[in-house]
Design a protein around this ligand. Sequence first.
Ligand code: ADP
Ligand code: MG
Length: 266
Amino acid sequence: MLEIKNLTKIFNLDQAPEFQKLALDNISLTIEDGEFVTIIGGNGSGKSTLMNMISGVYSPTSGSIIIDGIDVTNKPEYERAKYLGRVFQDPMMGTAGNMSISENLELAIRRGEKRTLRWGFKKENEEIFIKTLSGLNLGLEDRLTHKVGLLSGGQRQAVTLVMATLKKPKLLLLDEHTAALDPKTASKVLDLTCRVVEENKLTTLMITHNMRDAIKYGDRLIMFDSGHIVFDIKGEEKKNLTIEQLLKKFDNDSSIVLDDNLLLSK
Ligand code: ADP
Ligand code: MG
């Protein structure tokens, strides 16, 4: 589903060497259809850069990105949007606060379609929205006409998750999407994420700074360090991975926490 070949990103390449930054160093990676991958690594290790290059925010210095057999390396961000669902760390980013829940979902269900004059509200979509929102168990199905700006951060991330997955994306990209939430809400949104991913068999990349979450969720775990993949395990090996094994790999990197609930060295 996703093939990354010899991907390198150097920021500020047009500047003097001391201002240049090698963010990804010759990364190669293949993600199979339906795989749920957690990505962990210290601050500045290149995790977000990888996602930003998959979605076309930055272009690579060299290498290529292939999504479901289509080479998107030189395609602009808006053309890739139809293949991707994305949820960011900031709850304000994925939704339009001054629009209602149903208006936001309406935009999401038409992702990749051309705008036409007949782009009005479709009654049949409302049924889909109600059914999908009911599945979240947050009572949002009764608040379709409420402005998204009135929702809590956790509710807003839940709506963004629904928007990202309403039309099944080829790839779901989650960049620390629960990091700005309190631990209890974060774990609720994570469980929700897991359910949506499993029910729709979505190919998913989820960045987290939380070791326990990286171990608990997904069926493959990839670790980044200084623009390199330093650890990549799946299957039984991933299932049997312990916190102790993962801790050993980290050399006291304080940007990665063991568990947000324990509020360890953050
Ligand atoms: P992570 O998400 O793993 O914390 P990033 O991928 O955001 O790390 O960053 C990797 C490295 O690239 C860091 O050193 C960061 O400072 C640098 N970087 C990221 N984005 C930019 C940018 N737009 N311009 C210059 N440097 C950047
Ligand atoms: Mg990041």
